[in-house]
Structures are given as structure tokens and as C-alpha cells.
Design a binder for this molecule. Structure first.
Ligand SMILES: *Cc1c(COP(=O)(O)O)cnc(C)c1O
Length: 375
């Protein structure tokens, strides 16, 4: 564990972002995606705030383990949990867990559905179906919809609780990208076919952050935002003008300067003895790849007050070197902020690392304590 290097999560900003999401989609309920430890920000504190303070009633996990953590740690709360990808229905302990703890598995293959319908535990349990409309990962094939309808009828089930699909290219244009257009068309056909077959559909959802930002999929009963709730836009660099969303990062990655020293141009620093490109002051900060500060941050520009420094030499497991100009005021013990609420700065950092905002959040390791601030 670190002290002095921390991810400070400002839950008030989560509230701000949620209001902005609701402004975009006033008629939809939010199914908040909190998989992967709430995108690295802490599953339980984030979900707890979202439920108790913001009134969010639906949460999305990826695995049963995540759902168990949420249910067991927020015991008295009444909210719904969906498990999306890693449902493992066939494990008896899990099928019973779903039923006994009101956790809803999203069925994403025909085998899943078949198993579910034949399992006594699920006899009266709500059916959540995810269809593949071009994502080609998980999801029941669009072409198998008749089979699905027949199966449901055969088992006397005339209601689907939540019908979903997922966009493969929501970080691209909703109106120009052919896959996005096709997914919307197929989802409309799905809803219609279910209706025509006499199967009622209680809830529907299609939109993840990229779609919500582009105001697509907002007339379904639910939207499923993940990334945008944590601040960043999900749109690819260069497509910012398509977004109607302007969130702020809910987290700040803070560390401190362990030591500073002066260098001459060409002087080697650290592992691999990388020569520095110019004379200046090197600040050694208490974050390395062991904290989820990736080696690909090498060359990235970081800010210290009014100054700009560059991550220089190799990023180490426990620390990194940031090169500043000769007359820099930085000194040992100074607080150093890698990213703050500025989403643009964060996105540039991710682009520099040839990564995406999702990954940089998720890879912050448990060595970095998450600290929750509420003003
Ligand atoms: C992760 C996920 C989302 C949220 O995606 P973002 O791009 O983070 O908004 C929505 N739906 C499903 C099925 C997901 O797996």
C-alpha cells in the first residue's frame, strides 16, 4: 500500500456527471455499469453512492463474483444487479445464487437460454436476453430470433424482462458507421418480432456511453452508461464534435516527489541509462508500473503547477522520472498530480500511451489506495 500516492475519487462529480447523463436521456432509467471494480474506482463505494445519493436502481457487473461482492456488502439496499458476460449459469452454486439474491444473468447464447428454461431454479425468474446485432462477441444471433421465440413459447414463457443488444462501434459516428446503423435496425426488428409473436418485453436497452453521447438509443426504457459516468467521452479522438456530453473526471491520480536532482544534457538516468534530451531538473515520483502507471507513459507531458514536465527514461515498477526545465521550482516532498478532473488532458495522456481511457483507469493496482472525497 502507498501513502501519498492515491486515487482520490470525488463522488460529488459522479453526481454531476449523472445529472448530465439524465439531461441527455430524461426518460430512460440508468443501468450503471460498475464492472471491473467500477472501472477501477471501487465497486462498493461508487455503487453505494450511486444508489443511496443518486437513486440509481440498476447496476451492471461482468461476473458473478462482482455481483456477490456488491450484494453482500450493500446488504439492506434494494437495487437490481445484472451479470453480463461471465454468467456461468451451469454452476449449481451460481444458479442458486442468482435466484436467492435477485441477481439477473443476461443470457447471451442459445445454450444459456436452453439451460435457463430447463432449470427448475429459474422457472419463475425474469429473462434477460442479449442479442448479437454485429458486435460478434457474445449475444444470441439476430438470425436465431425465431428459434428463441419458439423456445420461450414451448416453455410457456410469454414475457421477456429485459431485451438488449450492444454496439460494436459506439466510439464512432452513430449516423455514419454502417455497423451502428445495422444494429439499430436489427434491434427494432427484434422488438417488433417479439411483440408480433405475443411475447411482451418489459424493458429494453441498447445504448452505451458512445451512443448516449450521440443521443442514440435514448427512447428505450434503459441506457447502460459506463465510461461517461466516470468522466471521459467514449468517442474516438477527433470525433469530439459528435458528443453532446461534457463530463468531468471523478478521480484525481495523486502522488508526490520523492527527490529531485539536476541533470546536464545527455546525462543518463535510471535503468537502461537513458540520456536526457536537455539539461534540467529530474523529479522522481512515487508511481510506477507496479501502480498501474504504464511504461507507455514515457514521453508523456505531465503538469506541475504552471510547468510542464516529460516522463523521461524508463518507467520503473515503483517510481518514474519527470524531466523539467532548468529553472523549475519542483522539489522533494511536493504533491504531484498526474491527472485531475480535466477530461481532455486525461484523454491526451491515454492517446499518448496508445491506450484508451477505460484501460488506464482499470489498470491502477490495489497498491494505490482509493480515497473518497465528498464536499
Ligand atoms: C461495459 C458495457 C457497457 C458500458 O460501456 P461504456 O462504453 O463504458 O459506456 C454497456 N453495455 C454492456 C453490455 C457492457 O458490457
Amino acid at each position: 500500500m502507498r501513502k501519498g500516492s492515491q486515487l482520490v475519487v470525488d463522488l460529488n462529480i459522479l453526481g454531476e456527471n449523472y445529472s448530465k447523463v439524465k439531461d441527455l436521456a430524461p426518460n430512460s432509467d440508468v443501468l450503471f455499469m460498475v464492472k471491473a471494480d467500477a472501472y477501477g474506482h471501487g465497486l462498493v463505494p461508487v455503487s453505494s453512492y450511486a444508489h443511496k445519493e443518486l437513486g440509481i436502481k440498476d447496476f451492471g457487473c461482468a461476473s458473478v463474483g462482482e455481483a456477490m461482492a456488491l450484494r453482500s456488502q450493500l446488504k439492506d439496499e434494494k437495487f437490481e444487479i445484472y451479470v453480463f458476460s461471465d454468467t456461468q449459469l451451469e454452476l449449481t452454486e451460481f444458479s442458486q445464487y442468482y435466484v436467492n439474491h435477485r441477481v439477473k444473468p443476461v443470457l447471451k447464447t442459445l445454450q444459456d437460454l436452453d439451460f435457463f428454461l430447463n432449470c427448475d431454479d429459474f422457472k419463475f425468474f425474469p429473462i434477460c436476453l442479449k442479442f448479437n446485432t454485429g458486435m460478434n462477441r457474445l449475444g444470441i444471433d439476430f438470425d436465431k430470433r425465431e428459434q428463441v421465440i419458439d423456445l420461450l413459447k414451448k416453455h410457456g414463457r410469454s414475457e421477456v424482462h429485459h431485451l438488449m443488444t450492444h454496439f460494436a462501434c459506439a466510439s464512432q459516428s452513430m449516423n455514419k458507421n454502417k455497423r451502428n446503423i445495422k444494429a439499430r435496425e436489427e434491434f427494432n426488428i427484434l422488438k417488433e418480432d417479439f411483440r408480433n409473436a405475443g411475447i411482451s418485453v418489459e424493458y429494453t436497452s441498447i445504448a452505451n456511453s458512445g451512443a448516449i453521447e450521440q443521443k442514440v438509443g435514448l427512447d428505450e426504457s434503459h441506457i447502460r452508461p459506463g465510461l461517461m459516468m466516470y468522466g471521459p467521452s467514449s468517442l474516438n479522438p477527433g470525433l469530439e464534435q459528435l458528443s453532446h456530453y461534457n463530463g468531468r473526471l471523478i478521480s484525481r491520480l495523486e502522488t508526490y516527489v520523492i527527490n529531485t536532482f539536476e541533470v546536464e544534457q545527455g546525462q543518463p538516468i535510471g535503468y537502461g541509462a537513458t540520456p536526457v534530451p536537455h539539461a534540467g531538473v529530474v523529479a522522481v515520483i512515487a508511481l510506477g508500473y507496479g501502480d498501474g502507471f504504464p511504461t507507455r507513459f514515457r514521453g508523456a507531458k505531465l503538469r506541475f503547477q504552471e510547468e510542464i514536465g516529460v516522463v523521461s527514461g524508463r518507467v520503473n515498477m515503483d517510481m518514474s522520472s519527470v524531466l523539467f526545465d532548468k529553472n523549475s521550482k519542483i522539489k522533494g516532498g511536493d504533491k504531484f498530480t498526474v491527472w485531475d478532473q480535466d477530461t481532455e488532458f486525461y484523454k491526451q495522456l491515454c492517446t499518448h500511451a496508445q491506450s484508451i481511457p477505460y484501460e488506464i483507469f482499470c489498470q491502477i493496482t490495489p497498491r494505490v489506495p482509493r480515497i473518497y472525497s465528498l464536499k
